[in-house]
Design a protein around this ligand. Sequence first.
Ligand SMILES: Cc1cc2nc3c(=O)[nH]c(=O)nc-3n(C[C@H](O)[C@H](O)[C@H](O)COP(=O)(O)O)c2cc1C
Length: 181
Amino acid sequence: MSKKIVVITGSPRRGGNSFAMTESFISAAEAEGCEVKRFDAAFMNLGGCHACETCFSTGRACSFDDDFNTIAPYIEEAEGVVFTLPVYWYSIPAPIKCVIDKLYSFCVAGRDIAGKKCALIACCEEDDMTVLDGVRVPYERSVALLKWKSVGEVLVPGVLNRGDIQKTDGCARAAELAKAF
Ligand SMILES: Cc1cc2nc3c(=O)[nH]c(=O)nc-3n(C[C@H](O)[C@H](O)[C@H](O)COP(=O)(O)O)c2cc1C
């Protein structure tokens, strides 16, 4: 049976740098026989966690019904989860952060989602690799808490405009990452 991978993107920029890496990853993963489901968080209706702790009590992951409830069953079923995003203000862009915050629902409801493979694909304008710490550190700590296994990180500094990613090895590394699932 093919492996199921959920890809969650965080950029609102079509044709941008993280989308280019996302598309390289997905093509390579599909060529490896994986079944990939992509969600573009920036184009979905997503709000933050209300900390009401009534998760899954209505049958759905979040009682404040939004598109996380569409994404959640795919995450629950998947063998792999990939987060792809640009750095915004030294941190995680708001829409994909809403998805990450609502992973709390699985913890509150005691649903076992441990053991998944996961990966991070991220980029930023500045040349300084430490700028990517703003997404790398929360990713690494979150996957440790979730008991997921990170199989790779593609972190690309120095890309600002659409197309800049083509001057780097980011897309090639994103494609290579697919072999780790
Ligand atoms: C609102 C906003 C905030 C940003 N903040 C940062 C930042 O803190 N550091 C940085 O290096 N780049 C920052 N950038 C630049 C993006 O990370 C960079 O252009 C990236 O390549 C965009 O990826 P995308 O084409 O996938 O959207 C920011 C861009 C925007 C639109």
